[in-house]
Design a protein around this ligand. Structure first.
Ligand code: ADP
Length: 384
């Protein structure tokens, strides 16, 4: 069904009747009214014609050789693609016409022959209007259901969001207020210069943690809103810049990061930088305690997309969590190291979806993880 229900299209009517005179009369009358009319002289041909192109309405003679109108109607009602098409039965006054059977097989109305042109036109128009309204109602219902699903999902996200934000901000805030109270209560006894390390440094650190958390939340929520035009992004330069930003973490961990021959892609440079930063810093954060951290970044040109790989030799991830970790606020355990909040990979996923790509991973516990993502080679879209 077309999404655009406001467009009045020429309704298609199929007339099924074995009497050529009836076919001619009905077809001329309806064509003159502007309908797109097709005819079939028996049930079998009619079913074939319907399969080829679905009509909006069927006028169906009851009495036909081989396959009568009831049988044709019954067959149409059995198929999901034809079950909704309204069928108006045509019956001669002297036919033994079983109205109950006609309605039971799925007929929606009937007209008796000889026809009164005005009656035919009114009944056809009424049924087409009902059919259109029914279609519109079904379409609107489907839209409403989708909206409802989205609402439920965003409500759940919001609840989770409120919980994580309040929970994760509470602890650093408690530290900050706690240390501030100590300073206040001891202000006459302590030499601030000497005690700065003990009391003021934690305040600063906790403040910075809160800032980092709020920044990652902002990054996540901005991906969809970010309207930066796509441009040519040299991923070699992008990774080099990211390593520069992460140089302190890299130095402290002793990580060896290698990359080569990365392609130039059409993308949002800021978001691609963010993506590399999240994936590389995760590889360092979730490194194996007894191994030198090694990260290798490479890409392959496939038929219609570039496939990037970021391979590490860290702690690995169990297969059951491969999907879960891409959901916002999902961490594998609260005891794990690093002070993440489960926002990084959800942000990566959102970024990749905005670029019409895919992101997934392969991993072996205790051996390492490889994150893959794709970017279409001809990435036309510049906005979400
Ligand atoms: P976080 O802020 O917790 O790091 P992410 O969304 O970046 O949030 O990651 C979600 C979870 O996925 C992490 O908590 C961690 O358990 C797991 N994870 C992510 N990257 C890796 C990796 N390279 N190796 C092992 N585990 C990882």
């Amino acid at each position: 069904m077309s999404d655009d229900l406001t467009v009045e299209n020429k309704s298609k009517i199929l007339i099924i009747d074995d009497t050529p005179d009836n076919l001619r009369l009905l077809s001329t009358t309806l064509s003159e009214e502007g309908y797109d009319v097709r005819c079939a002289i028996n049930g079998k041909l009619a079913l074939m014609a319907i399969k080829n192109e679905l009509p909006d309405l069927i006028l169906l003679d009851i009495k036909m050789p081989d396959m009568d109108g009831y049988t044709v109607c019954h067959q149409l009602k059995l198929q999901p693609e034809t079950t909704e098409i309204p069928v108006i039965f045509l019956s001669a006054l002297d036919d033994v016409f079983d109205k109950v059977k006609a309605f039971n097989t799925g007929g929606i109305d009937y007209i008796t022959k000889p026809f009164q042109v005005e009656e035919v036109l009114v009944r056809v128009k009424n049924q087409l209007t009902i059919f259109r309204l029914k279609q519109q109602l079904q379409y609107k219902n489907k839209q409403l259901q989708q909206l409802n699903q989205e609402l439920i999902r965003s409500n759940q996200d919001l609840e989770q969001f409120a919980y994580v934000v309040s929970h994760d901000l509470q602890q650093p805030l408690q530290s900050i207020t706690g240390f501030a109270e100590i300073i206040l209560s001891l202000k006459d006894q302590i030499n601030l210069e000497q005690e700065a390390d003990e009391f003021i440094t934690p305040i600063l650190e906790e403040g910075m943690r809160m800032q980092a958390f709020i920044q990652s939340l902002l990054n996540y929520s901005r991906v969809g809103l970010h309207q930066k035009e796509f441009s040519s992004v040299d991923c070699n330069l992008m990774v080099a810049e990211t390593l520069l930003k992460l140089r302190q973490t890299i130095q402290e961990s002793g990580a060896i990061v290698t990359y080569s021959n990365l392609p130039v892609i059409h993308a949002d440079s800021i978001q691609i930088g963010q993506l590399f930063q999240n994936l590389i810093s995760n590889s360092i954060k979730y490194c194996h305690p007894h191994r030198l951290v090694k990260i290798n970044i490479f890409a392959e040109e496939l038929l219609e997309e570039y496939q990037f790989c970021i391979e590490d030799n860290g702690i690995g991830i169990e297969a059951q969590f491969y999907e879960k970790i891409f959901q916002v606020f999902q961490r594998l355990s609260s005891e794990q190291k690093g002070d993440g909040h489960g926002i990084g990979l959800a942000t990566c996923k959102k970024i990749i979806e905005r670029h019409q790509g895919r992101i997934w991973l392969e991993s072996q516990v205790d051996i390492g993880t490889t994150f893959y993502f794709t970017i279409p080679i001809k990435n036309q879209s510049s906005h979400e």
